[in-house]
Structures are given as structure tokens and as C-alpha cells.
Design a protein around this ligand. Structure first.
Ligand code: MG
Length: 377
């Protein structure tokens, strides 16, 4: 593994990037709200990555980007680079169907086992190339070229950002998770003040973050942070919540927050205030209702970009800095030179990926523009 200097995702993506709210960083592209009527979406709600409406929005953005770069030729084929078989492959398949395109997806996740590649062909032309090493991306590029995926101006390449282009899964992704957990802790600690107990927080977070509790938390980190906050306030005990979830008396997060709302008079004023804000956001269908947490996540995340000196040991760097995945960067730059249209997708909430106006005025950047080191083989 080697260090390849400092860069940002903008080197190969520019501002052709969307975070979870589906508002492109390039303000000349249409936003989700511009596309709602055309796609038949209601006035509220943001399609999630696994949904077909998400794919329809992305197809529309890709076509707008092709027009913006002055190319009248239609897009004909799709390459996709991601890190999760379930979510990325689903989004990839939906985008191929919505665009009427053949596609080939590389799904990378390093696991330390001997190098292995599995190719899953799909009769309607949406094939998967699964690899357990990021350097296999170079082989994927060769495979694509020899299997009908000539890369030219009619080719799009969608690059997943989270744990693919940044913080490669199995190599550097733990830094992204650690920044998020630290942000939950910062938020809960600040709101609880002297009542905060770090050991109790960790116990609650680690326990309720387990897959067993995903039906309860919807695997939503905002919900989990809120539950940890309410446990820290003393309103509920961890063991009672665990038992109620296991026993089926407490099935959903909605039931939990409604229960807190019924007892809101028991909360200290600062917690009653944040509860009211989160409860209102949940009622509006906001999937990231805990705004102070997500703003802290941005701060903790951006603090891990380019934070180590050029001569830091590689092992330290992989554990403490969020890095550009050199293999993804090299492949993307190669495809771009061949004329492909590159577009980045991130499932990170916008509040966790982009600065507030106040921070932007101080020079803070969205994560696709923040400089950090590139590392890879
Ligand atoms: Mg990802």
C-alpha cells in the first residue's frame, strides 16, 4: 500500500455529486424538487437509495449532466463502482432499468482473504463483478472493456462515495464510523451536561446498534442517538427498553418517541426542547431528524480529512484519516480521459456532508471537495 499525495473527490467528480437529499452540488443541475412533478413524486419525502424513484431521479440527473457538458449523443451504458452488495447492487439495477441501459457493477470489499472475484452475469445486462480487494478494480476495467463496455462519451460511471471512493470498505471505512459514533457521543454529552455518563452511553449505544434491534431503531443513527439521549436522561433504563423490544411491547421507534412525548413534562428544559424539535421532524417524515447530531457528524468527519502529516506511518493513517481510495481514483481518472461521464452518489445526510453557511464562510468544504491523502496499491 502506498501514499499518492493529497487530492479530493472533485479531482474526478467535480461537483457532479449528490448526497442524500438529492440536491446536486452543481447548482446548474436540477434538484429533487425540480424533478418531482416530472417523475410523479409527491411534494414531500426523499426517495431512498433502494427505491425505484431514487433511480429515476439519478437517470434524469445523468442525462442533464450529459447535456450540460455539451454532448448531444445519448448515454448508452453504465459502469458502477460501489462497496455493498445489497444496497449498491439494488440501486445499480434500478438505475439500469430506469435508464434502459446495460450495466456492469464492481462491488469491492476488502476482507484479508486470498484474492477472489465472482462474476454474476444477468441476462438483461446488469452484471455484478464482486471482488474482495480494491486493486481488482484495474482488472474490472479490463473486463468491462472486453465485455461490450467500451468507455467513451456514451458511457457513464457512477461512483459510490461512502466507503468506496472515500474510506474504502475493509481498509479505511472504520474511520468514517468512528467519526459518526464520536458525533453521537459529543451530542449526547453536550445535551446531558453533568448528567452524562460515558460508560452508560457506550453500553447503550453498542447494545442497541446490534442487528437484533434494527427493527426497533430502523437501523437509523438519528433514532439510535435519540434513544441513547433519553436513556442518559434517566427517563428509561436500558434493560427495560431491551426487554420491551424483545417482548414485543416496544416494536418501533415511533412508539418510543410517542412514549417520551407523553412524559415530556418529566424532562429537563434543554432535553424537552431538543425532544420537541426531533419529534416535530419525525412527524414531518424527516429521515435525519436529529440535526445537532448530524452537524456534529460533519465536524468530526471533516476533521479526519488530511489531518495527518505527509510522513505519518501508513498504519496510523489508515486508522485515523479518511482517505481517497487510490484504486478508485486511478480507474475514474482513466475512464474520464476516455470520455466517460462521472457522477458521485453518497447516502450521507447533507447535514453530515456539507458545512452550514457559517462554517462555509470560514472556509469549510463539502466532503467531496475536502483535501485528504490518497492511499492504495
Ligand atoms: Mg457505500
Amino acid at each position: 500500500m502506498n501514499l499518492y499525495g493529497r487530492t479530493s473527490l472533485a479531482e474526478f467528480l467535480g461537483d457532479w455529486v449528490v448526497y442524500r437529499n438529492l440536491i446536486p452540488a452543481d447548482r446548474d443541475l436540477p434538484t429533487l424538487d425540480d424533478l418531482r412533478a416530472e417523475i410523479g413524486l409527491g411534494p414531500k419525502g426523499i426517495p431512498r437509495k433502494s427505491e425505484s424513484n431514487y433511480a429515476r431521479v439519478i437517470v434524469r440527473l445523468l442525462r442533464a449532466a450529459q447535456t450540460q457538458r455539451g454532448l448531444a449523443s445519448p448515454l448508452r451504458r453504465l459502469l458502477f463502482v460501489g462497496d455493498t452488495r445489497l444496497l449498491d447492487a439494488t440501486a445499480f439495477g434500478n438505475i439500469c432499468i430506469a435508464g434502459g441501459w446495460p450495466g456492469l457493477a464492481f462491488i469491492g470489499s476488502e476482507n484479508g482473504k486470498p484474492p477472489a472475484v465472482e462474476i454474476i452475469p444477468h441476462e438483461s445486462g446488469q452484471s455484478l463483478y464482486l471482488a474482495n480487494r480494491w486493486p481488482a478494480l484495474a482488472d474490472f476495467a479490463a473486463y468491462a472493456a472486453s465485455h461490450g463496455f467500451a468507455v467513451d462519451e456514451a458511457t457513464m460511471v457512477i461512483v459510490d462515495i461512502d466507503k468506496t471512493a472515500l474510506g474504502a470498505r475493509g481498509r479505511n471505512g472504520q474511520v468514517i464510523d468512528a467519526a459518526r459514533v464520536q458525533a453521537v457521543e459529543d451530542t449526547v454529552a453536550a445535551l446531558l451536561g453533568s448528567a452524562y455518563d460515558a460508560g452508560a452511553f457506550r453500553a447503550a449505544y453498542d447494545r442497541l446498534n446490534q442487528p437484533e434491534f434494527h427493527p426497533f431503531t430502523a437501523d437509523n443513527q438519528d433514532y439510535l442517538a435519540y434513544v441513547c439521549l433519553m436513556l442518559g436522561s434517566g427517563l428509561y433504563r436500558l434493560e427495560s427498553v431491551v426487554e420491551a423490544v424483545r417482548g414485543g411491547q416496544l416494536a418501533t421507534f415511533d412508539a418510543f418517541i410517542a412514549g417520551v412525548d407523553a412524559r415530556r413534562a418529566d424532562l429537563p428544559p434543554a432535553l424537552a426542547e431538543i425532544h420537541a424539535e426531533i419529534y416535530a421532524n419525525v412527524q414531518r417524515g424527516d429521515p435525519t431528524p436529529f440535526k445537532p447530531f448530524r452537524r456534529n457528524e460533519y465536524q468530526r468527519t471533516i476533521a479526519c480529512f488530511g489531518n495527518l502529516d505527509d510522513d505519518a506511518p501508513l498504519e496510523t493513517r489508515l486508522n485515523e484519516e479518511i482517505l481517497v481510495t487510490q484504486e478508485v481514483r486511478a480507474a475514474a481518472l482513466g475512464w474520464r480521459r476516455q470520455g466517460a461521464l462521472l457522477f458521485g452518489l453518497s447516502d450521507k445526510p447533507d447535514e453530515a456532508a456539507t458545512p452550514t453557511p457559517e462554517l462555509a464562510a470560514q472556509g469549510y468544504l463539502p466532503i467531496h471537495r475536502a483535501l485528504t491523502h490518497a492511499v492504495g496499491e
